[in-house]
Design a protein around this ligand. Structure first.
Ligand code: ATP
Ligand code: MG
Length: 377
């Protein structure tokens, strides 16, 4: 705990108190795959200037990986650009729908850290395979902030980002101070080291920025993509996110599919986004199409689940993962069991060890079963 106390500028007893209160949690499962790390903790909550998900690790010396900052969402794109980014040059980036990962070198190896500050075995294995380590020789103080996305994702499987799991770089940050490199510098580095990036569509300001943003959002919507993130090119202002109707509606479908697990806030927020977007951009024809899209998302989500319960008796989500090493696969099972109620099924060897992960949705399953049997809501 002494190294944690020093990293957070606390006394050792104060750090121990954070641990007892579960604000500091063990961030990894000791294993030869994580051989560099002697001890590691993550912050479950924001603490002083340290963001939630900050990792503090001991591996010969102390490593700190600051948590990824929250990104604010706008529902009124034009107003937001005009006020928040007044007079700024702003990069319009694609928002990728996967899970947030920070990659850094600890000791002699790369480690992939989740948003909550845990070292994920699966993502770490993929990062060691796919990320050019040379970068860390030249920039040892920095971490790569990426969206891990694709079909073989344990959290958000989406084929549009690839059949396996890919890393889309969106920020390069000093891991101790969380200061982000400017957009141009990030692009130069991505080019130099061959990193895949979240697309940068261009850099604009003022009215042009507003017009281009709307055009890009429309195009992304047609392509079935999530949305955009606006970033001041110097990375001094807070970034802003804005999502497509496609994304809002596919979330709505998902929210109604598992209506009892996800809760009201999840679907309410998505519905409100659709209302504001319609107010801001729709003509009569567009609004008519939106009625249909939103309605279809809600009904289809429910129908899918009702049919599944009718057929199989329960609702579950199933994802397929692929590991290079069987030991890492077993480590990942342990890792996930600590974090969520999930089941695993080994799927044999096929270009890697296949693991099926299943998440059972008991609450929605039971509600639907009862209703199908003529029970009351
Ligand atoms: P928040 O970041 O506000 O806590 P959240 O965890 O609910 O929100 P999202 O609504 O998906 O996440 O939006 C923010 C996340 O989007 C980032 O944490 C990051 O993982 C992801 N992301 C995808 N593409 C980009 C990009 N180009 N720039 C920044 N973040 C991106
Ligand atoms: Mg996301």
């Amino acid at each position: 705990m002494k190294f944690v106390a020093e990293a957070l500028s606390l006394s050792e007893p104060a750090a121990i108190r954070l641990y007892r209160k579960s604000i500091l949690k063990p961030a990894f499962i000791p294993h030869p795959f994580f051989s560099d790390i002697e001890e590691a903790y993550s912050l479950e909550k924001k603490f002083g200037k340290f963001e939630e998900g900050t990792l503090i690790a001991l591996a010969g010396k102390t490593y700190v990986a600051r948590g990824f900052p929250k990104i604010k969402r706008t529902l009124m794109l034009k107003e937001c650009v005009n006020r928040h980014f007044k007079g700024c040059d702003v990069a319009v980036e694609e928002k990728i729908n996967g899970y947030n990962i920070r990659i850094l070198k600890i000791g002699n190896n790369l480690y992939a850290i989740t948003r909550r500050g845990y070292i994920c075995p699966y993502t770490t294995e993929k990062a060691r395979e796919k990320i050019n380590e040379e970068f860390f020789k030249d920039y040892p103080e920095f971490m790569l902030c990426c969206e891990a996305a694709g079909m073989e994702s344990p959290h958000v499987p989406k084929e549009i980002y690839g059949k396996g799991l890919e890393f889309f770089l969106f920020d390069i940050r000093n891991s101790k101070t969380n200061e982000a490199m400017k957009v141009e510098e990030k692009l130069k580095i991505a080019e130099e080291y061959g990193f895949k990036i979240a697309r940068v569509f261009g850099i604009w300001s003022g009215k042009e920025l507003v017009d281009e943003s709307f055009e890009i959002v429309k195009k992304l919507d047609r392509e079935g993509r999530e949305g955009i993130v606006l970033k001041d090119v110097d990375m001094k202002k807070k970034a802003v996110k804005y999502t497509t109707s496609y994304c809002n509606c596919s979330d709505l479908e998902y929210g109604f599919r598992y209506f009892s697990e996800l809760g009201r806030d999840f679907v309410l927020t998505r519905a409100v986004r659709e209302g504001f977007q319609s107010y801001e951009i729709d003509d009569v024809e567009e609004r008519r199409k939106r009625y249909e899209r939103v309605g279809k998302a809600i009904v289809d989500g429910l129908i899918k689940s009702i049919e599944e319960v009718k057929k199989t008796g329960k609702l579950k989500e199933r994802t397929k993962l692929r590991f290079k090493s069987k030991e890492v696969m077993e480590l990942f099972i342990q890792h996930m069991k600590r974090l969520a109620r999930v089941n695993f099924e080994y799927g044999g060897f096929e270009n890697g060890y296949i693991l099926y992960m299943e998440k059972y949705m008991p609450s929605t399953s039971d509600k639907i079963k009862n209703l199908l049997d003529g029970g009351f809501w």
